[in-house]
Design a protein around this ligand. Structure first.
Ligand SMILES: O=C(O)CCC(=O)C(=O)O
Ligand SMILES: [Fe+2]
Length: 315
């Protein structure tokens, strides 16, 4: 069993097998989704660098979605002011590596996937899903969403504040929507362009072991991608970032002001990423393939979620 598992794991890391064996159905069924000019620009940047920035107004136009998101989060922040203050007190605790005490996830460790919630409606919005799916060139799956509140800490960078790649899949797209202004002091997401699999950088930086996880220091990372080329996502509230976090990145080391953001994660349907969502007992119905696949439970066999009539009109 152990041997079979390790062979399967290795096969998944081969790009051709990843696409045409493990993700055959969502790749073959895929019909390119239409993008606006801004969507095309973002997709190009994401393909080239592994990260691209835009904003709510540029990508989504005038829409009430962001206001609803911001309003919902402000209300949650008010309701949990006591808990947040308590958590802030423990943010500098460096003895608990692996628990990210420097941030609170407002939806908890295991958010409920509720397709009608503002958190799902942002992730499933056509303009966002179209960038994600065109990047994957297949129907991708939504694996997580949450709201992060990063506290100011006075400690050295640790955990995801240090350079690393995410391991959930060969290609991963995380979408971040800033709900507070993020400057250098708020721990902006920082990315080493070209270290995603579509990029040219093949060299792996030297690393050290942080409780079983490989992390790299700025000095180690700079030997592979010069620090002047790093992309720091500094932006005001309403900035949207798409990043393939299989490429090298770090972030959330707030030193002067807190950072609040919405984020969601997409992987290929075959990724065996840990299940973060608490899922509804029955699969929600949509009349388009993109959203149907995005929210399908990892246990669903994809050819069942891709009935023939849908494949023909997936436009
Ligand atoms: O907090 C950040 O900016 C980066 C977090 C991170 O490593 C991730 O989302 O994978
Ligand atoms: Fe990460």
């Amino acid at each position: 069993m152990q041997i079979l598992r390790s062979i399967a794991l290795r096969a998944r890391r081969n790009e051709l097998l990843w696409r045409y064996a493990f993700n055959f159905a969502p790749t073959m069924a895929y019909r390119r989704m239409a993008l606006s000019n801004e969507g095309e620009r973002v997709l190009q940047g994401l393909n080239r660098d592994g990260i691209a920035m835009t904003s709510v107004s540029a990508l989504l136009g005038e829409c009430s979605l962001f206001d609803e998101l911001a309003f919902t989060v402000e209300r949650m922040e008010r309701e949990r002011a006591g808990n947040l203050a308590l958590a802030r007190g423990g943010a500098d605790n460096v003895d608990s590596i692996g628990t990210k005490r420097f941030l609170v996830q407002l939806l908890g460790d295991r958010p409920s996937l509720e397709v009608g919630s503002i958190f799902a409606r942002v992730a499933l919005r056509h303009e966002i899903l179209a960038v994600v799916n065109n990047y994957f060139n297949m129907y991708a799956r939504l694996r997580d969403y949450n709201i992060w509140h990063n506290f100011v800490t006075s400690t050295a960078p640790r955990e995801s504040q240090l350079w690393h790649r995410d391991r959930e899949d060969l290609f991963i797209v995380k979408v971040f929507v800033y709900l507070s202004d993020v400057d250098e002091q708020a721990g902006p997401l920082t990315y080493a362009p070209g270290t995603h699999r579509k990029g040219p950088v093949r060299q792996t930086p030297e690393s050290f072991d942080e409780k079983g996880v490989k992390r790299s220091s700025d000095i180690q990372m700079a030997k592979v991608v010069a620090a002047e080329r790093w992309i720091r996502v500094i932006g005001s509230r309403g900035t949207i970032v798409f990043a393939d976090t299989h490429g090298y990145h770090k972030g959330g080391h707030a030193t002067g002001r807190d950072r609040i953001l919405y984020n969601c994660m997409f992987t290929s349907p075959a990724s065996e990423s840990k299940e973060w969502f608490i899922r509804p007992s029955s699969s929600p119905g949509f009349d388009d393939v993109a959203r149907t696949v995005a929210v399908a439970s990892p246990r669903t066999r994809l050819w069942l979620t891709l009935p023939a009539p849908m494949l023909r009109n997936s436009g």
